[in-house]
Structure formats: C-alpha cells, structure tokens
Design a protein around this ligand. Structure first.
Ligand SMILES: Nc1ncnc2c1ncn2[C@@H]1O[C@H](COP(=O)(O)OP(=O)(O)O)[C@@H](O)[C@H]1O
Ligand SMILES: [Mg+2]
Length: 132
C-alpha cells in the first residue's frame, strides 16, 4: 500500500485514504517507537470514520482498550505497551481493531500493518502493508 514520508497533514491524508478502504472488520497493527505517531494516526483515522459526537481518541496505554462508535461501526483501540498478553478474541472481526505496539503480540493476525519511523521533528516515515 506504499511508503511515505509525511508531516501531520500528510499523515491525516493517509488516514483519510485508508478510512475509505475499510469495510469495518479489519485488524490494523501499528508498529513503531514511542512518539512516532501511532495514536495520532488512530485519531485521524477515527475522525475520518465519522465518530459519534463527543468522541475523544486518546492513548489507551492505561485502559488497554478504548471503544469508539463510528459510521463504519465500532472501532476498538488497544495498546500493548504495558499489557502484552491481551486476549483479542472477542474483538477480532466484530469491528475495526487497531492495536498500537502490535509487534509485542506475535499471535495477533493483522489485515493491515502500518510501520512508523521518526524522520525528524515533524516528519515520519509510514509504511502501509496489506496482508493476506
Ligand atoms: N508527521 C508526524 N506524524 C505523526 N506525529 C507527528 C508528526 N509530526 C509531529 N508529530 C507529533 O509527534 C507526536 C506523536 O505522538 P503519538 O501519536 O502519541 O505517538 P505514539 O502513539 O506512536 O507514541 C505527537 O505529539 C504529534 O503531534
Ligand atoms: Mg500511542
């Protein structure tokens, strides 16, 4: 699906583009160091999926899993940074499941893998890959 070096605006564009391609049941793995934009990308993606009013996307590092209602169904947003062995069985296929630090759970079977790399203060290298 491509490789891009983007600023925040470019990242938003990538999220909007991906949002259009989603059916509503995908597992999306976000992989990259702290501060490379995984949560920011999730925020842009959820915004593009038209969430219900008042939806706030923030890092689920402490909650493990956040849930957002959107026009394309429920988005489950997880972060494995602290909890590495979360059981996703109930969530896979029942909405869009977005997992930050997905590489910490090798058993997670993602449909889309997105890798984030730091390229300076305001730029990130984003690699999007569709599995299957
Ligand atoms: N091009 C960019 N893409 C993503 N984030 C960026 C970019 N430029 C600056 N940033 C900033 O980097 C930070 C990324 O933080 P965050 O999304 O929480 O990262 P992560 O979830 O990967 O730890 C945010 O403060 C964001 O505003
Ligand atoms: Mg994060």
């Amino acid at each position: 699906m491509g490789e891009y070096v983007v600023d925040l605006k470019g990242l938003k564009g990538l999220a909007q583009n991906l949002a259009k391609q989603l059916k509503g049941n995908e597992v999306i793995a976000l992989i990259g160091d702290l501060g490379t934009g995984k949560t920011t990308f999730t925020k842009f993606l959820v915004e593009a999926l038209k969430p219900e009013e008042g939806t706030v996307v923030r890092s689920p590092t402490f909650a493990v899993l956040n849930e957002y209602k959107t026009k394309k169904g429920t988005v489950y947003h997880a972060d494995l940074y602290r909890v590495k062995n979360f059981d996703f069985t109930d969530y896979v296929g029942s909405g869009i499941l977005i997992v930050e630090w997905a590489d910490l759970d090798p058993s997670l079977d993602a449909d889309i893998v997105i890798r984030f790399q730091y390229e300076g203060d305001n730029l990130r290298r984003i690699k999007l890959e569709k599995k299957s």
